[in-house]
Design a protein around this ligand. Structure first.
Ligand code: HEC
Length: 160
């Protein structure tokens, strides 16, 4: 997680830092983990944060981006997008929104900076989408590890 966290710290305002740093699970707890990946998956079971990302994605993003990151006629398939998009660009678009004005239609990605239900879980959603983009997580609700105490503390302090 070192390199990942360091890049983040260069780019984000301090308010986001606490949530983002805590969002990355520390230690491996015996899980097979690729240091470069924001998620952990073992025998088809995902870490809590990735599961949290699945839930938040389906609460906040699904309506436009389709189930399981598969896209809709209205907004792009994020399971595809995240194959190439950088973490920094992802953060920028989710925090600030984006608007492409085409010749026939206008499509708008809303800014979520004011929405705690997204901002507190922006790394969880990223982890979920990366697992989908990497093809290591199938469609639907994943099996999950129990919610760790640190995750509960993180959520409580971020949402309050
Ligand atoms: C109201 C509909 C709507 C919601 C809700 C929404 N998006 Fe979007 N999003 C869009 C549209 C439309 C675009 C394409 C905008 C553009 O190209 O400028 C987009 C683009 C994006 C992109 C860039 C995709 C690409 O391929 O370039 C990312 C990343 C993204 N959204 C993430 C999210 C996440 C994460 C959430 C949930 C927290 C979310 N969006 C919720 C409509 C939405």
């Amino acid at each position: 997680m070192g390199r990942f966290a360091k890049r983040v710290s260069l780019l984000l305002p301090a308010v986001l830092m606490a949530a983002l740093t805590l969002a990355l699970p520390a230690g491996d707890g015996g899980w097979a983990q690729d240091e470069e990946k924001p998620y952990r998956i073992k025998d088809g079971v995902v870490d809590w944060y990735t599961f949290s990302g699945f839930r938040r994605y389906h609460a906040e993003c699904h309506v436009c981006h389709g189930p399981d990151g598969l896209g809709s006629t209205f907004a792009p398939a994020l399971a595809e997008t995240m194959k190439t998009m950088s973490y920094e660009d992802y953060l920028d678009i989710v925090v600030n929104g984006r608007e492409n004005v085409g010749t026939t239609a206008q499509s708008k990605m809303p800014a979520f900076a004011e929405n705690l239900n997204v901002m507190c879980f922006i790394d969880d959603i990223y982890a979920y989408l990366m697992a989908r983009a990497d093809g290591v997580l199938g469609r639907g609700r994943p099996k999950k590890e129990p919610k760790p105490a640190e995750a509960k503390e993180r959520d409580d302090s971020c949402l309050s």
